[in-house]
Ligand binder design. Structure first.
Ligand SMILES: Cc1cc2nc3c(=O)[nH]c(=O)nc-3n(C[C@H](O)[C@H](O)[C@H](O)COP(=O)(O)O)c2cc1C
Length: 97
């Protein structure tokens, strides 16, 4: 079954309602597991929020996730940067290995 790499982030301390809707629309027969990644600026992980939605539709979420800082209102300027993109690619490969 497919692995869904789901990129998402925080907006005003919550994940985007569109991401909630998207997860709710998933078919557990099609998606074997979700792998979470994101670029929140202050908070480090959307894992718990994404897991809560994934639990509703019965799709497991891998314990491994990727996060790097994102730019927000002048904080972390230039992020994600080239190094972050390399690390994200490495992370994705490590999941597929
Ligand atoms: C309106 C708005 C609200 C945000 N609120 C938060 C927040 O509460 N916590 C946080 O860590 N980052 C927050 N961020 C930063 C984003 O999560 C970060 O910039 C992320 O990289 C955005 O990814 P995107 O450009 O793919 O949407 C906010 C960004 C915006 C635009």
């Amino acid at each position: 079954m497919d692995i869904l790499f789901l990129g998402n982030s925080y907006y005003a301390f919550s994940i985007d309602p569109e991401v909630r809707k998207f997860i709710a629309s998933l078919d557990k027969k099609m998606v074997g597991k979700i792998v979470n990644f994101g670029s929140a600026a202050m908070l480090n992980s959307t894992y718990k929020k994404v897991k809560a939605e994934a639990d509703r539709v019965g799709i497991p979420i891998d314990e491994r996730e990727f996060h790097c800082k994102g730019e927000f209102k002048g904080i972390h300027k230039g992020k994600p940067d080239e190094e972050d993109c390399k690390a994200a690619a490495e992370f994705a490969k490590s999941i597929l290995r």
